[in-house]
Structures are given as structure tokens and as C-alpha cells.
Design a protein around this ligand. Structure first.
Ligand code: TYM
Length: 327
């Protein structure tokens, strides 16, 4: 299969990004043709600082590699370095209904949290750019967390619409969403998804120190019930801890609950912090090695750019030709 996915370089990635998306990527890269981008054009749709963005782009590349994405197996590249993404966005925008974009949950959530002056047209177009990312590579499957499912469905419907209107051009992709880890919740507010930008104290990121990890986990919001039971509907805070723990242990959340029967929330949190620290520490040391070699990172990204561009340019030319545009 052809696989495409990406992450925005807006601060270090967190355990939600890992469990919702990257863990699947690591499995998929073994037997599929995978493209993983650093979505810096998406990152500039919300307030950002230029120098920080540049650093975080390299930081995310270093984290991709530290987590085990292998440039010999997958194409790793920076979205803005393949110009076809921006051009394809324009073509697709002309078949995207405004009404559909205004119904996108992520747009509504993000624009609710921004000042009116910060809501730009790019944020509204975000799903069209994402569709361009996906369709340029004739992608069949898109491994993402639940929050991105609606965007992948839009990409699918745009592919079908374009094909109907102009003739067969794109494959229609589907999303690949993990069963229990599709939506890791904020440790501070289990009604929201974990997000470093919304509330760093509610997240565990791959660049947090052991103390930060422990603090955030020990202060996780749970409930006043004493019995340990996996009940994501009624007890989302506890279920979230059990999901994270069980994912690291490769067991089911129900098995994790079983393991902790009779114990306090305090001891679950302690055990979970230890597991997270042990999991994250070696990745952080790898990261420290990668970040010291900017030239090597650049070489990997340039090779990725070339591989991606070859395919993206072919698809763009095909779409232009079908639309009657002189390319
Ligand atoms: P971003 O950076 O917001 O999220 C990156 C990935 O992490 C997943 N994710 C989560 N999964 C579970 N629980 C959470 N709390 C959680 N938070 C984030 C997201 O679902 C996503 O898979 N727009 C995309 C980036 C992108 C992209 C693409 C993805 C750009 N182009 C093309 C797929 C295909 C995004 O959500 O980034």
C-alpha cells in the first residue's frame, strides 16, 4: 500500500501523537511505501515565530529518526520543500465546497480559541492542503488519530469528485485509526484531547524531563471512585491512564485494569510515570545525537524531498492536464 501522513512542527511531539499515529507508522513502514512529512505549511496557519519554526522543523526530523522512522524504508521530507503541495491545494480548492470547510470540527475548535484577527484563510484551507498532501502520492491509507478522520474523509471525497468531473486521476484514500489509542486525552482535562499547545501540563512530550513527566502524570485528573475499572465512557481520566499504560506494555486496557485492582490511583500514576520515563529516555538520547548533526539531517531531508517531488510532480501534471491547464 501507499501510505502518507504528517505532523506539524509545533513543539515537541507528545505521547498522543505517538500512540495515535507514529506507532502505526513504524509498523507500516516495514511492508509499505510510506511518505511521512513535516507539515510546516500547516504549522503557519496558527500564530508562530519564524526562527522557532525553523528549529522545530529540524527538531521534528530528529524525533522522527529517534523514534525509529527509517529513511531507507520511508520517505521523510519537509512539506514546504515540495512546491507541488501548494499548487495542488489551489486546484483542489476549486472543487471544495465552502460549506464543507466551515463544518470541519478542527476549524471550529481552533477558531473558537483564537482572536478574530488571528483566524486566517489558511486555517480555513487547512483541510484542502491536507487533501493535496495525501492525493499527490496516490495514497491508499492515512494513519492518523481520530481528530484527523474528518480531514481524510474530505480528501477521499475530493478525489472521487475530481475523478468524476475530470476523469480518473487520484486514488481515494482511507484513514487508519488505532482501536483504543485514537484519542489520548489531556491529563488535566480528560474531556479534551492531549495537546501540547493547548495545555503543556496535560501532555507528556518526548522532550520533557523525568521530573516534568512525573509531575504531569501524578497530577492527572481522575475521579473519586475507588474501584479500578476500565470504563472510558464514565471514567475517562482513569481510562486514559490505563490506555497509555497498556499501550506501553502491549496489553489491553482491560488487562491493565485487572493488574491494578485493589491498588490506589497514586500507585497507578507512579507505575505509569516510571514506564513513560523508561520509554522516553532512550529516545531522548538518540534525539540528542541527531540534533548535533544538522548536516546529516539536512541530507536526509534533501533525499526525501527528491523522492517525494518526483512522484508529486507526476500527479500534479496529470491533474493539470485533466483540468485543461497549461502546466
Ligand atoms: P498534528 O500535528 O495536529 O497531529 C499529528 C498526528 O497526531 C495525532 N494526534 C493524536 N492522536 C491521539 N491522541 C491525541 N491526543 C492526538 N493529538 C494528535 C493526529 O491525529 C495526527 O495523526 N494535520 C495533521 C498533519 C498532516 C497530515 C497530512 C496528516 C498534514 N498533512 C496528511 C495526514 C495526512 C495533524 O493533525 O497534525
Amino acid at each position: 500500500m501507499i501510505i502518507f501522513s504528517g505532523i506539524r512542527p509545533t513543539g515537541p511531539i507528545h505521547i498522543g501523537n505517538y500512540l495515535g499515529a507514529i506507532r502505526n507508522w513504524l509498523e507500516l513502514q516495514k511492508n509499505n511505501q510510506c511518505f511521512f512529512c513535516i507539515a510546516n505549511l500547516h504549522a503557519i496557519t496558527t500564530p508562530f515565530k519564524s526562527e522557532q519554526l525553523r528549529q522545530e522543523t529540524f527538531g521534528l526530523a530528529a524525533l522522527y529518526l529517534s523514534l525509529g522512522l527509517d529513511p531507507h524504508q520511508s520517505t521523510l521530507f519537509v512539506q514546504s520543500q515540495v512546491k507541488e503541495h501548494a499548487e495542488m491545494t489551489w486546484l483542489l480548492s476549486t472543487i471544495t465546497p465552502m460549506g464543507e470547510l466551515s463544518r470541519m470540527t478542527q476549524y471550529k475548535e481552533k477558531s473558537d480559541r483564537l482572536k478574530a484577527s488571528q483566524i486566517n484563510a489558511g486555517l480555513f484551507y487547512y483541510p484542502v492542503l491536507m487533501a493535496a498532501d495525501i492525493l499527490l502520492y496516490q495514497t491508499e491509507a492515512v494513519p492518523v488519530g481520530e481528530d484527523q478522520q474528518q480531514h481524510v474523509e474530505l480528501a477521499r471525497s475530493l478525489a472521487q469528485k475530481f475523478n468524476r468531473q475530470f476523469g480518473a486521476t487520484f486514488k481515494a484514500p482511507k484513514s487508519l485509526i488505532p482501536k483504543n489509542q485514537a484519542r489520548i486525552r489531556s491529563l488535566r482535562d480528560p474531556s479534551r484531547k492531549m495537546s501540547k499547545t493547548d495545555d503543556p501540563r496535560g501532555a507528556v512530550s518526548f522532550l520533557d524531563s523525568p521530573e516534568e513527566i512525573k509531575n504531569n502524570v501524578m497530577r492527572a485528573v481522575t475521579d473519586s471512585d475507588r474501584q479500578i475499572k476500565y470504563d472510558p465512557q464514565r471514567r475517562p481520566g482513569l481510562a486514559n491512564l490505563l490506555i497509555i499504560y497498556s499501550s506501553l506494555e502491549n496489553i489491553s486496557p482491560q488487562e491493565a485494569a485487572q493488574q491494578f485492582v485493589g491498588q490506589s490511583y497514586q500507585s497507578i500514576k507512579e507505575e505509569l510515570s516510571q514506564k513513560l520515563i523508561a520509554f522516553i529516555e532512550p529516545i531522548q538520547s538518540e534525539y540528542q545525537q541527531w540534533i548535533k548533526q544538522p548536516q546529516k539531517l539536512e541530507e536526509i531531508l534533501t533525499a526525501g524531498q527528491e523522492q517525494a517531488q518526483t512522484i508529486a510532480a507526476q500527479t500534479l501534471a496529470k491533474a493539470q492536464q485533466k483540468m485543461g491547464l497549461l502546466g
